[in-house]
Structure formats: C-alpha cells, structure tokens
Design a protein around this ligand. Structure first.
Ligand code: ADP
Length: 498
C-alpha cells in the first residue's frame, strides 16, 4: 500500500483527500466451456449427478426453515425451504449436477443460493463476505457467467471531467488499487486546464484467424493467393457479411507455416466488440471455401494469428479493434503547478523509461508507464472483457517539449482497443449505468459503431491522463520521497492485514 501511495504521488493524493480544492476544474479466449468439461469439473469434487429427482418438487408447501446442516456460525445467506434443503443434499451427494440447477429450478437466484450452500458444505469453507443478494442472476444466464454463487464487489471511482474533443466525460474506473483513480483524476485536471485532449480513430476492425491445413504447402499457397486476390474480395465479403447486419469484412491477411495457412479476417462490427460476429462470418467463409478447396482441413476457427488475449506483435503492428491516437499540449504552468514537475524532466524520463527502458526489456507494445491500469479499470466498470487488456493496453507514450520548450506535447498511441457497448457484460445493470454515464450505452441509433468508437477514444483519453500523472510523480521523485516518509510509519502493517 505504501508502495502504491508513493508510486502515484502521495503528496497530491493527500491534498485531494484532506482539503477540497477550490480550483478543481475552475479554468474524461475466448472459447466457451463445453458441457462435457463442466461435467468433468463437477466430477472432481463430487460424484457426477443424475437428473434431479422430480419427487423433490412435489414437497408442498415449502416451509421456510434454517438449514439443518450448516457448517458455519454465520446466518445463512437466505432462508431455505425444506425443498431447497433436499436439493442441497442432492447436490452435495452428487445426485444433482450443480450446473443443472438453473434449468431444473427455473429460478436463477434460488439456484445460486442452493449451489452456494452446497459448495460451503462440500468444501467446508465459508463464503461469508461474498454477497448473494442484490444481484440479478437472470441477467447473466447463458451469456455472462455459469454456476454463480454470488458476486465480487469492486468499488467504482470517477476520474474527470476528462475534456476530450471539446466534451467533458466523467470516467468510471472499477479498481481496488489505491491512488489509481486519484492519479488519473490529476491527469484529467492537467489536461482540462490546458484546453483538453484530442483523439482520432485510425482504424476499426475486429479480427479472427482460423488455421487450416492442406496436404502440401503448394495447396496452402493456392488458397492464400485466392484469398488475397482483390477480384475475389467482393464475393468473400458478401458471404462473410451474412453473419450480421452490422458485419462488414475489411480484409483477409494470410500467413503460411509449411502446409498450414492462417487467415486473419478483419471486420467492422458496429457497436459490438465483435468476437462473436466475426467468428460467425469466418465460419460462413470457411463453409463457402470448402467447395473449391475440398482438401482444406479446418483445424481451428481460432489459430492464434488473431490474436486474442495473448501478447502478439501482429496486434501491435496491424491493430485489433479500435486503433486510436490521443494527444494534448500541457501548459508549462500546469506542469509546474498541477503536476509538480518540469517539462524537461518529463521528456527525459519518458525517453529513458517508456522508450529506452522498454526497448531494453524487449517490450511488446509496452512503451508506456501504466496504460493497463486505466484500461482494465475502465473495462471492468463498463462491462468489457478484462482479459483483452493484454492487447488493449498496447500503448506508446510520447512526450516532447514544444513552444520553445515551454509546454509539453504528450500523446498515447493505442492500436488495439477492443471495446463494445452492446453484447457481453455491457448489458448488465451496473456496467450499463457506467456506459450511460459516458453517454455510450447500447447501440448508437444514428450511426452504428459510434458509441463503441467514442468509448475507445475515452479509454485513450483516460490513459493519457494516467500516463501524465504517474510520469509526473516519478519525475518529481515522489516515489522515493514518499517511501522515505512512509517507511518511517509507526503503523503495524501486520495488524492492518489481519
Ligand atoms: P460480440 O460480437 O461482441 O460478441 P454479441 O454477438 O454478443 O457481440 O452482440 C452483438 C449483437 O448485438 C448482435 O446480435 C447484433 O446484431 C446486435 N446489435 C444491435 N445493435 C448493434 C450495433 N449497433 N452494433 C453491433 N451489434 C448490434
């Protein structure tokens, strides 16, 4: 904790916490588990179950009771009925598969409560502290999470207003990392006082790359040439675009490894992050190709040349999702008064840390201070897939002295921001509220894709703010200073953690 405080610059955090500032803003893989796998998972803990004994349902009327076999002293999370108790015992004995509770009971909340109680009895471990109530379990059924037993609470803080392209945004960040929101907030303040940031979308296309195998490298090359021939593109696009009224095939980039061919399809996906949409389109094209290339063996719809949720140069160079550049000119006075450092120190640190240091480390897309901190916090708050922070956090931060060395030009270039405002976790109540705060909830009626593009530019803007603030804290030597100060703290950390 002390390290974090220092890392983000404790001095300004204290000033934010201890005294309200009057000048604030005075002048914003992916693959689905199979049922077989679930069954195997179950089998590891309890005997694999039979179908639910239907006679259990006939126990009438369900009388509220407190569970007889509770393992812990805490109050049960919910009042169980005798029928519930029967089902819990059946799950514990392995007669009823845990995963089947929702479909058998037709009540998602009850299914979660029963699964939870059964889990506590099976494991002998308490789930006290993990809430069950206050969540709409119907809303996640079949799309967001299987076999729920509760939900993890993550606080949401607000950084901003972020002044971006002439509009203000309050940026929601879900995190448990102390100082992260405060630090990003300070960066937003510096940007605001300097007239705001500008961001530009450079490209917008989600990718999926199946791997197919032939008998010879010659045949694999034949398909590569066919797919890359501009004369065939229209036909292939027509077949691909049948997957959705929003899908628009943009390109197919191929790579060969011997007689194996990797086909990287890139596609516009409207306001959806697009993995489902692009996968359906790819399947359509593969089915179509099978007629002319009957010797083509489809090994996998994803061959990792996509590349989803893994560090890969292809995303860094070609981009994936939205490629965005965001810039601002920070006034020299603001650098001194708000960021507590100098333009010269920031430029030097950026060169030696984000550029040279990352090169020395052999970084892949990691030419930044902490882009992934901001990306992940905004992703969790707005219902994005947080695992995609891997490539979404690819970012090069540039800093340069301008206006005769007086002011700072700062930019972040992020080639692979993968966001959507429809589908996945975006429709859940909390995440949807955060999207609403940014004015990008759901599908854009006027122009499909406009909401997800705006969200991507906001992510880049928030990263710009985060980079500015952390780099300033480092340049000002606050890391060392606060370590010196807080290492002398008399607080007994072991007591705090216990
Ligand atoms: P993903 O492809 O990101 O996994 P989903 O398939 O879960 O997304 O969600 C996209 C769904 O939302 C599609 O069925 C699509 O038809 C629908 N949809 C509605 N409006 C839009 C829009 N503006 N852009 C993209 N998809 C939209």
């Amino acid at each position: 904790f002390i390290y974090l405080l220092g890392f983000f610059g404790i001095d300004f955090v204290q000033s934010l916490v201890l005294r309200p500032s009057a000048d604030v803003w005075a002048t914003e893989d992916d693959e689905v588990e199979s049922e077989v796998l679930l069954r195997n998972e179950d089998a590891r803990h309890v005997p694999c179950g039979q179908a639910l004994d239907r006679s259990i349902r006939s126990l009438q009327p369900p009388a509220p009771i407190v569970t007889a076999e509770k393992v812990f002293d805490e109050m049960p999370v919910t009042v169980m009925t005798e029928e519930d108790e029967e089902i819990i015992r059946s799950v514990v004995r392995g007669m009823t598969p845990s995963y089947s509770l929702e479909s058998k009971l037709g009540d998602c909340k009850r299914a979660a409560a029963i699964r939870r109680e059964a889990l506590q009895r099976i494991t002998g471990k308490s789930l006290s502290g993990l809430p069950l109530d206050g969540f709409d379990y119907e809303s996640i059924l079949g799309q967001c999470c299987e076999m729920p037993v509760g939900y993890v609470q993550i606080p949401v803080g607000i950084a901003g207003p972020l002044l971006l392209n002439g509009r203000e945004y309050s940026v929601p960040m879900a995190t448990t990392e102390g100082c992260l929101v405060a630090s990003t907030n300070r960066g937003c303040k510096a940007i605001h006082l300097s007239g705001g940031a500008t961001s530009v979308l450079l490209r917008d296309g989600m990718t999926r790359a199946p791997v197919v195998r032939f008998g010879t490298a010659k045949r694999a090359a034949d398909l590569k040439l066919y797919l890359e021939d501009p004369e065939n593109f229209e036909t292939l696009a027509c077949v691909f675009n049948r997957s959705s009224r929003f899908a628009r095939l943009q390109s197919i980039k191929c790579a060969i490894a011997g007689k194996n061919l990797y086909l990287r399809f890139s596609c516009f996906t409207g306001d959806a992050m697009g993995m489902n949409m692009v996968s359906k389109g790819v399947q359509n094209v593969l089915d179509f190709l099978q007629t002319d290339f009957p010797d083509m063996d489809v090994i996998g719809i994803s061959g990792n040349f996509c590349s989803d949720k893994k560090p890969a140069a292809v995303n860094w160079i070609e981009g994936r999702g939205k490629s965005v550049v965001c810039e601002a000119i920070i006034n020299g006075d603001v650098v001194t008064k708000v960021l507590k450092t100098s333009v010269e120190s920031l430029v030097e640190l950026n060169m030696l840390k984000n550029l040279t240091g990352s090169a020395m480390a052999g970084a892949l897309g990691g030419f930044n201070a902490h882009a992934s901190n901001i990306v992940t916090a905004v992703y969790i708050a707005t219902g994005q897939d947080p695992a995609q922070n891997v490539e979404s956090s690819h970012c090069i931060t540039m800093m340069e002295a301008v206006n005769g060395g007086k002011d700072l030009h700062v930019s972040v270039t992020m080639p692979s921001i993968e966001v959507g405002t429809v589908g996945g976790g975006t429709q859940l109540a909390s995440q949807s509220a955060c999207l609403n705060l940014l004015g990008v909830k759901g599908a854009s009626k006027e122009s499909p894709g406009a909401n997800s593009i705006l969200l991507a530019t906001i992510v880049a803007g928030a990263v710009l703010a985060g980079e500015l603030s952390l780099m300033s804290a480092l340049a000002a030597g606050q890391l060392v200073k606060s370590h010196m100060k807080y290492n002398r703290s008399s607080k007994d950390v072991s007591k705090v953690s216990s």
